[in-house]
Design a protein around this ligand. Structure first.
Ligand SMILES: NC(=O)c1ccc[n+]([C@@H]2O[C@H](COP(=O)([O-])OP(=O)(O)OC[C@H]3O[C@@H](n4cnc5c(N)ncnc54)[C@H](OP(=O)(O)O)[C@@H]3O)[C@@H](O)[C@H]2O)c1
Length: 251
């Protein structure tokens, strides 16, 4: 393990959306780095499998279940972490949904679900994490955005892109407020292109319908490497934004 990462051993992380895909891979790797990892999702059985993986990797795990789109769930998660481990040092907001595939025809419930989870739940988690991190010497918040959180990519539905744009600006806004308060909390946005996860076979996933990715996608391990890069940066360096795309991704 890189020496710069050993400083995180024994620290506490909360990873949302840790039952699947990118969040799962990050949670297991944080366990490998020796962190205590709180993992969230809606289904205990899937989280139990991830928890076992984290423990096998050398970390400790705490399972937190609940629907984050019901915003109070997020506060409950943090209360549980404080009761068990005294608060978080690292927050990774990875849970996400499409939130409707069309501006014209998505139901209001779908649109609201997208904004609740992708933007507001992530924001509540950021606030709770900052509450834990006040007075601590270091902390990191990482938000999973998307290439389509920077511009509307061809073929990407507007509602999803809109939530990721909003998350990007919330992230920038938080970073500015923390700097004004001179708090040593780093805030990073991680914006992948296409990643090979179960996301694409969920309802509304067009790639699953086609049966194949159009080019070789990124792997969750590539996102894990970016998280390690963020955590390994020295105290004076704040990685603000990482965009990663496949070598073959055209836009
Ligand atoms: N895969 C890609 O190509 C890609 C590209 C760019 C950005 N991203 C972003 O990366 C993040 C992770 O994506 P992924 O590919 O890992 O997706 P994924 O495999 O579909 O995982 C999504 C996660 O979100 C959780 N989740 C969904 N709805 C939830 C809710 N209402 N309450 C609580 N948890 C909920 C799921 O947990 P349960 O279903 O178990 O509750 C699951 O753990 C997302 O924010 C996504 O927008 C993905």
């Amino acid at each position: 393990m890189e020496k710069t990462l050993t400083r995180w051993r024994g620290k506490v992380a909360l990873v949302t959306g840790a039952s699947s895909g990118i969040g799962r891979a990050i949670a297991v790797d944080l366990g490998r780095l020796g962190l205590k990892v709180a993992i969230t999702g809606r289904h205990r059985p899937t989280l139990a499998v991830v928890s076992a993986e984290i423990r096998r990797a050398g970390g400790e795990a705490l399972i937190l279940t609940g629907d984050q789109a019901v915003l109070d769930t997020n506060r409950r998660f943090f209360r549980r972490v404080r009761a068990r481990w005294g608060g978080v040092d690292v927050l990774v907001n990875s849970s996400g949904v499409r939130g409707g595939t069309s501006v014209l025809t998505a139901s209001l419930a779908e649109l609201q679900g997208g904004f609740n989870l992708n933007v507001l739940a992530a924001t509540v988690c950021m606030r709770e994490a900052v509450a834990d991190l006040r007075g601590r010497p270091a902390g990191v918040i990482i938000n999973l955005c998307s290439m389509t959180g920077h511009r509307l990519l061809p073929g990407t539905p507007g509602p999803y892109a809109a939530t990721k744009h909003a998350l990007r600006i919330m992230t920038d806004g938080l970073r500015a407020e923390l700097a004004t308060e001179k708090l040593p909390i780093k805030v990073a946005l991680l914006s992948p292109g296409l990643v090979d996860t179960p996301w694409h076979s969920r309802p509304g996933g067009v790639l699953a319908q086609k049966g194949a990715y159009p080019y070789e996608p990124l792997q969750p391990a590539d996102i894990v490497a970016a998280v390690r890069y963020i955590l390994a940066a020295p105290p004076r360096v704040q990685i603000g934004d990482i965009q990663l795309r496949s070598t073959g991704q055209p836009f």
